[in-house]
Every structure is written in C-alpha cells, then in structure tokens.
Write a protein that binds this ligand. Sequence first.
Ligand SMILES: *Cc1c(COP(=O)(O)O)cnc(C)c1O
Length: 373
Amino acid sequence: MTQPIPYFDLPAQLRSLRKDIDAAIARTIDNCSFCLGPDVVRFEKDFAQYCGAGNCVGLNSGTSALHVAMLLAGVGPGDEVITTPYTFVATSWAISYVGARPVYVDVDDATFNLDAARVERAITPRTKAILPVHLYGHPFDLDPFLEICRKHTLPLVEDAAQAHGANYKGRKVGTFGRISCFSFYPGKNLGACGEGGALVTNDAGLAARARALREHGSTQRYYHDEVGFNYRMEGIQGAVLGVKLKHLENWTQKRRTIAHTYHDLLADTPLQLSREAGYAESAWHLYVVRHAQRDELKKHLEANGVGCALHYPLPLHLQKCYAGLGYKAGDFPVAEKAARECLSLPIYPELTDKQVQRVADVIKEFFVAGKRR
Ligand SMILES: *Cc1c(COP(=O)(O)O)cnc(C)c1O
C-alpha cells in the first residue's frame, strides 16, 4: 500500500524548521514580550521590505486586517463595497463589520478573479471602496483596477491573504492598492503557529491609525481617541513568522515548480488547468483544476489516498448568512459553475516529485477507467 498523500502537510514543514522555531519562541517567552513587542516590530520591518512597502502593521488575523482596512478606507453604514462572491467568506465579513453592503460582481472564467470592466458597471454613488482578492495566489489584473479607482476616486484594497510573494508585471502584490491585507493562518503560504495577519500600506498616516485601532484606539496608554479593538499580533507569532519569512521565496519557487510539473503531467487529460495570465506570477497558494465530474474525481482521489479539497463549494451570494442581500442562484453564473467544478490538488513545498507524479497518475486512472472525457 502506497503512503497516502495529504492535501496539506504542515508537520513536514514544521519538522524542517523545528529547532529554529523552538529557539525563537523560547527567546520570546524569556523576554515576556507576548503582545506585540520586539519580534513583531522586527517582522513588520522585514515583511514590509519583502513586499516593497513603506509600512506593515502586524495584527491577530487576516480578517482583522480586512476589518481595519475597511475603517481606514472610510467605509461605514449604508456604503457599498464591490467585491467577489468567489472567495473565503472573511473578505465579505470586513464589509459587513463596518455596516456596509457587499456588492458582488461575477468573476473571470480563466483566473476566477474579479474583472475590472464588470466592476466599473457596478459602481454607484454609494460605492466607497473596491475589494478584489488575489484568489489562489494568482494576482488579479491590477492596472485596469487602478485606472478605475483613479477615475472614480475610490480606494483599492487588495485581499492578498493567499498571495504572499505573487508578482504582477514583475512587482510583488501588496503595494498597488491603497491598503493590502495578508493572513498568516497556518495553512497560508506564510503561516504562524496560530493566528496572525498584517496590513501593508505605503501611507504612513494610515499605518499609524491602524496601529492605534489594533490597540484599543490608543497611541498613549489609557487615552482612547476612537473606539478600537484588541487586534494585536502576538509576540510568539512575530517570532515564528520571522523564522519562516526567510524561507518564503524558496518555498514559492518550489510551489511554482510543482505547478508547472502538474501542467505538464495533466496537459493531455480532460481537466481544465489554471494557467498564469501574461501579467502574473502566481504564488500558487492552491493548484485548482476543473471538471464537470468534480465530485466523482474527488471521491476517486480520496479512495486512492490522495488528499484534495474544495475552494469554494458555495459562493458567498448563496450563503445563508447573506440571504438578506437578496441575491439568488443564477446571478453569478461563472462563480457558481466554478464552485461546482473546482478541485484543489495538493501543492506545498514539501511535496516530492514522486508524490506529484502519483497524484497525476491517479487522476489519469480516473479518466481511463471510467472512459470519461
Ligand atoms: C484566509 C483568508 C482570509 C482570512 O484570514 P484569517 O487570517 O484566517 O482571518 C481572508 N481572505 C482570504 C481570501 C483568505 O484566504
């Protein structure tokens, strides 16, 4: 019996770094710098530099980063924010948290990202911001978005939670929009040993306000200029992220190699593969294939010990929590079809060539054995 191939292998990643992580955590504990502190300050500086950004503000999750970004963008009750229905739900939470309304626009069939032409048609006098996602680590086409935002004087907020290190026209995502939001959830390309997130911006004023908002709305202890939050990054997470950040470029390179190997191995199957657009170097957070018999293929993979996952099985406009927005099935056919057809295959730096080959072999078996096309 061959060894099962997990969908994601966090233990393998931690094994290779365990000594460094243990030492970093021990130092933080010795210093008792648990909430923010020097490790977070150092990580913020390093991550800002990695992104080529002026400022990074460490937070306790990507969801918090998006929430703070909406506040910084001046979004409030009754406002509209144009966003994608095909993403993890936290993208929309941020809009809901500030009392605004998510306005969904259908995605592009090739990249699953928002496309600017459709977004422009959805702008109303109530629109206060545009919040696209670099889904699966593949950058959305930033230039047309920046153009629309300039034309309508709207802030662009990038949800880069899946796209650490992705490039748009040769430059890292995270500095094109007014604000960019990252997640360091353990399953992300750069993951903490717990929760974590960050907001990146070139605007020092916005960064200063974000620092106050994450710490109860204060810049001076026990003086509160506005209603704030406890959204501080933990010292231990800053320390862990500092260790891992040094490996991120190398890891991203490995993800690219695996993606290109999948492209080659699966090219002559009936699967629709995710290709990079000409302007993009994906961070390959996920490797997503499409097929009409997705559910059967998923069962076949699992029965043969190959882990896989769905991102995402139900678009946001059809979620129960958003029934009140008044959308219905059929409103966003591209997103709905993607939700029925997409399947995420294992992709992580520790995945071996042999494992990649086996995933491809098991997929090919499905099509041969079932004579499926
Ligand atoms: C993970 C993720 C988030 C939320 O980040 P957390 O750190 O889990 O709060 C937001 N948006 C997208 C697209 C994500 O993938």
